[in-house]
Design a protein around this ligand. Structure first.
Ligand SMILES: [Zn+2]
Ligand SMILES: [Zn+2]
Length: 255
């Protein structure tokens, strides 16, 4: 049982690292550079969060039009559930949003088809990412679907063969937590009233920061998106991982 808990925790850390550091701070905001082989390998692990072109395009749209009608996922404009996960499937229906939020590890298979077909209107913001052959290739719908279905089957097969039905339950719970914590940055991370001075409804939350790999000081991030340690705190798991990469010369800070 302990081995299952340790593997599930590692999955959480890897997913958080790939989405928070690679998709967000590196591909979207270009705050760090990684060695290409390392960056591409981590991107494969980040794919459940979406294609790199779609993720970056949507996120840059969010920064350009934060908490306005053109923001793809503002709870201030669209309501909590649409901002949390309804925007992925174009619905404001609370029940549909809750069902989607509860798919857990099965969301890998739904998103395998859906994610590369969604949010394409923002891809123009990610032309620098699409210009890199590897990112363009993994963002194609067929290639993305093959990688996602293959990795989804592998995850479920490995967890079932080693830990049985309990393993499948923990895998489902693990992805339920990973997806919903990531989505909470968009929903809970913008949960105060619109602040005209800050030009957003973003918040700073120590709790959100702790559970979402240093992404919880979201107002600070909007005020200074170029910080590679977007939590602006020295001690956090994500900053520790980045410092390790810097020490190993796998990463360097973009000046
Ligand atoms: Zn935001
Ligand atoms: Zn950002």
């Amino acid at each position: 049982m302990w081995s299952l808990i340790i593997v599930a925790f590692m999955l959480y850390v890897i997913a958080g690292t790939c989405a928070s550091i690679v998709y967000h701070r590196i591909l979207s905001h270009r705050t760090l550079r990684l060695r290409p082989w390392f960056e591409y390998g981590l991107t494969i692990l980040a794919l459940p969060a979406g294609t790199p072109v779609q993720w970056v395009g949507t996120h840059r749209q969010h920064h350009l039009y934060t908490d306005t009608i053109h923001d793809p996922h503002s709870p201030y404009i669209h309501g909590f559930w649409y901002a949390h996960c309804g925007w992925y499937i174009y619905t404001h229906q609370k029940v549909q949003c809750m069902l989607y939020a509860c798919l857990g590890s099965l969301r890998i298979f739904f998103d395998a088809y859906w994610r590369p077909r969604h949010g394409l209107e923002y891809n123009t913001h990610a032309q620098d990412v699409a210009a890199i052959a590897f990112y363009e290739w993994v963002s194609r719908p067929f290639n993305y679907a093959v990688i996602m279905v293959t990795s989804g089957v592998m995850y479920h097969a490995i967890f079932y063969l080693i830990w049985g039905i309990t393993g499948l339950g923990v895998l489902w719970a693990c992805f339920f937590i990973i997806y919903n914590l990531g989505d909470a940055v968009n929903s809970l991370g913008h949960s105060k009233h619109f602040d005209a001075d800050a030009k957003s409804a973003a918040i700073n939350s120590s709790l959100l920061n702790f559970v979402v790999m240093g992404e919880g000081y979201h107002l600070k991030h909007h005020q200074n998106p170029g910080l590679f340690n977007s939590s602006a705190r020295r001690y956090s798991l994500s900053n520790g991982i980045i410092n390790l990469w810097l020490a190993l010369k796998l990463a360097r800070i973009n000046s």
